[in-house]
Design a protein around this ligand. Sequence first.
Ligand SMILES: Cc1ncc(COP(=O)(O)O)c(C=O)c1O
Length: 411
Amino acid sequence: MIKNNIIYSGYPEWRFNVLKAKGDYIWDKTGKRMIDFTSGWNVTNLGWNNPEISDAVIKQIKKSTYVPMWTADDVQNEYAKLLVQSLPKELNVIGKATGGTEANEEAIKTARAYTKRKKIVGFKNAYHGQSFGTLAIGFLPKYVKSISPLVDDFIQIEYPKLFDNKKSPEEILYEFGQKLEKILVKEDVAAIVTEAGIITGWGSTYVAPKGFLTLVRKLTKKYGALLILDEVGTGFSRCGKLYGMEIENVVPDIATFAKGSSNGVAAIGTMVTTTKIAEKTHRLTNLISTFGWTSVACAAALKTLQIHQRDKIWLKSAKDGKYLIETLRKELLDVKQVADIRGIGMEVGVSFKKDKIVNEIVQKAEDNGLHIVSDNERNIQLMPPLTISRENLNKGIDILVTVIKSLVKKT
Ligand SMILES: Cc1ncc(COP(=O)(O)O)c(C=O)c1O
């Protein structure tokens, strides 16, 4: 039933009314304080309502909030400069967008215009946005039946996931490479769209074997397809590096960003590509976004990136992520219903053998002061703020472990 005149996503209604949020915590309207292990799904990586970012935005609001699309604001140029400086030297032209969906749409349009090819390859069970094009990349037909047809010439292949797979990582990677090569060899694929070795968008936290992105890069280069790297979830220190592409030192032709870019202060999305690709395509692709890169959003994103760089947030993310995975494995791997614990950096999945238990765990954790989220029948994806104190990380782990153990029997 529609309430508050709003369509909420994910749940039949909303889970709770937020009273306030700060740092590692989120409070509901009853005043109950919860430790947060979601970051609003990879958004508030620098903690909720980060005061430095809020101050930067307040300053910007006093200067200018918006400039027309056909003009430029200094703060946009400053952010563009810092962003491309933080990326591999090849990636130096940005397309302005309001979020991940729009940035990925820009990327697909750019790839088709540049290669003069139509086909886009993506992975089943991946999420890259809510538009027809981005849904066509990874959404399974059964979930989009009522809004089909989506977009022609999108090919979905199986993700080479390590989880629930009896084969060795080497075999998985080899077989994946064979399959991908069979598709690319026809030389009619414009681009392959993927994340950096982990699915963050769908809630499965599937991880690919080491070497996945390197192999995709090698094969796309060999057959003239572009590599579009969706860094909407992996970007901004989430996976133990400032960007996911650094994990295997792979340079994509196009990368997209959103979520963690402004730490949740304002809507912003970005497509980044090479000068060569941008020069050849920008007149053909109609990258027009009224609210892409507003002055306020750029001020927030600029400060966000400055903090990541100043505090080397990715180092803490790598350390805390390792600790989180190791601690959960120690505590939970012998629990009957727990199937797997995996992740990269502070993007961690806890998978269960049966599906029903996940919703119960999410609710009971909330009752006990831990905010977690699941968008998958068998997996809980943990995404704590990367600035979380060790004390709160431990408290959150304790709550989660206790809740899981109370709901399942030990072997
Ligand atoms: C990996 C990934 N790509 C793209 C998107 C779409 O981003 P947005 O919701 O900002 O359009 C999401 C959103 O969840 C995502 O997780």
